[in-house]
Design a protein around this ligand. Sequence first.
Ligand code: TXA
Ligand code: MG
Length: 346
Amino acid sequence: MITKKIELAIQSLNNENLVAIPTETVYGLAGNAFNEKAVKKIFTLKKRPFHNPLIIHIKSYEYLDKVAKDIPKIAKELAKSFWPGPLTLVLKKKDIIPDIVTSGKDTVAIRVPNHALTLELLDNLDYPLAAPSANPFSTISPTTTEHVDGYFGNDLEVILDGGACEKGIESTIIGFEDEYPIIYRLGSLSLEEIENKIGKVYTKNKNDVSPVAPGMLTRHYAPRTEMILVDEPKNKLKYFSNKKVGVLSFKKKLNSLLPEDQEVLSESGDLNEAAKNLYAAMHRLDSGRFDIILAERFPNIGIGKTINDKLERATKKEEKLANEIELIKDLEKDIIINTVFPGLIP
Ligand code: TXA
Ligand code: MG
């Protein structure tokens, strides 16, 4: 049921069941983080591998000591600056967190979400909430109750309605190696905002050999429709004249395509607005109407960097596109093609 009543959510969670919760980033699939049975249900419903650990959501900075230990000074500084907000910190865990939450790791990912309804919910619980994004493993994350309902409507008693997510992209994840901060996943909190606070930060976001956070897996936020990332969709349309093409762009619709075949993320050119609209637009374009989606590359600044990162991960479809090598050869041999079809063009 889609509802605004937190009493229903409390009841469900206290019964070891799962509830979809709104956050400022994306909707979460939440269960009692101290309860193995509830946490197991999260993995099962999401079809998520058990080696992929969850984020726990706590109600305030003050609660941090209950779940984490040996907290680096910089972690405290970051938490004080950005919580509640789209920052997840990976810290040494205390024994109170069951191993199933952290996939056996001695660290736990923690954040305080910035959403009034969920903060009120957490205030009424005597445990934190383990919550991954409320979508089946490796599909597009949900930013509205409708998205969650489409994925899990039949399986959940309660989808807590907090409206459309304000940020629209997952939290930024920071871990610590020898007390040095390292970005494991680019997210709603931009690199610039973090570096303005604590100086230069190393990013391991693209290490897909041995991913620390599975958000780092190269192909992750995938629509079912093939998607290609290009500098200017307009110039690439000619290569797909025999296909039904949908376009995802930053500011402007193309005159050469039907308006209903296009999604513009921000007419005013606001990157934050674009981030907020990104997943909903991908959901709409992925309705099955198109053979291919051409996505425009964003300016690589601020949250634009995160948008590009998500788009790159959504466009890793090497196998399916191998039969289109001829087309690809025709496309400009630029960095974008190399990113989208790694290894195909030397
Ligand atoms: O914005 C968000 O972070 C949303 C909302 C619901 O809070 N949650 C979210 O959760 O995106 P999920 O499960 O989709 O992504 C969690 C990421 C995964 O990539 C996971 O591998 C990483 O966090 N993670 C969790 N625990 C970790 C740990 N101990 N060390 C490294 N990475 C960890
Ligand atoms: Mg996710």
